[in-house]
Design a protein around this ligand. Sequence first.
Ligand SMILES: Nc1nc(=O)c(N)c(NC[C@H](O)[C@H](O)[C@H](O)COP(=O)(O)O)[nH]1
Ligand SMILES: [Zn+2]
Length: 163
Amino acid sequence: QPGDHRAYMQLALSLAQKSPPKPTNYRVGAILVDLSSNKILATGYTLELQGNTHAEQCCLIKLAVQHGVPEERLNEVLPSELALYTTVEPCSKRLSGNLPCVERVLRLAGSIRTVYVGIMEPETFVTDNTGRKSLQGAGIPVIHVEGLEADILEVATAGHIKS
Ligand SMILES: Nc1nc(=O)c(N)c(NC[C@H](O)[C@H](O)[C@H](O)COP(=O)(O)O)[nH]1
Ligand SMILES: [Zn+2]
């Protein structure tokens, strides 16, 4: 139901606000929801876990640790009807060269069925995020949850030098 999507995205935004502001990335919040039980399996925000971690990546790292499997084998242990809510669309390229979150989601396509985003990635670092096309091409719909765009963008870019 739309109300649930909005509530989950609002929760993801509250997580994003915990992220330490940096000029070189966005402050993003993400949650993984088990749609069959409507339970939140994991939450994450940018830089929550050590290293240059993304919000979506933090959700997956936590579950990998919890289940004692490498991140890329999570679809062997996770329920098969998950939804990822992320305030900013998953990255398709990272200036750091780390594995983009779109790749992390694609290899778990058996479990992550839908991605809900608050905004598409702005053009600050990567000008043509191809994530949405890649995911939808793999049968994973990317659905825009409307209404929080201004707040999400303000939080995401709080660490940026305002020209
Ligand atoms: N969806 C998403 N979740 C995040 O947690 C995050 N930080 C970004 N940010 C996307 C942006 O394109 C990259 O942050 C830059 O490309 C720099 O790359 P690194 O983050 O240093 O690997 N995007
Ligand atoms: Zn990412």
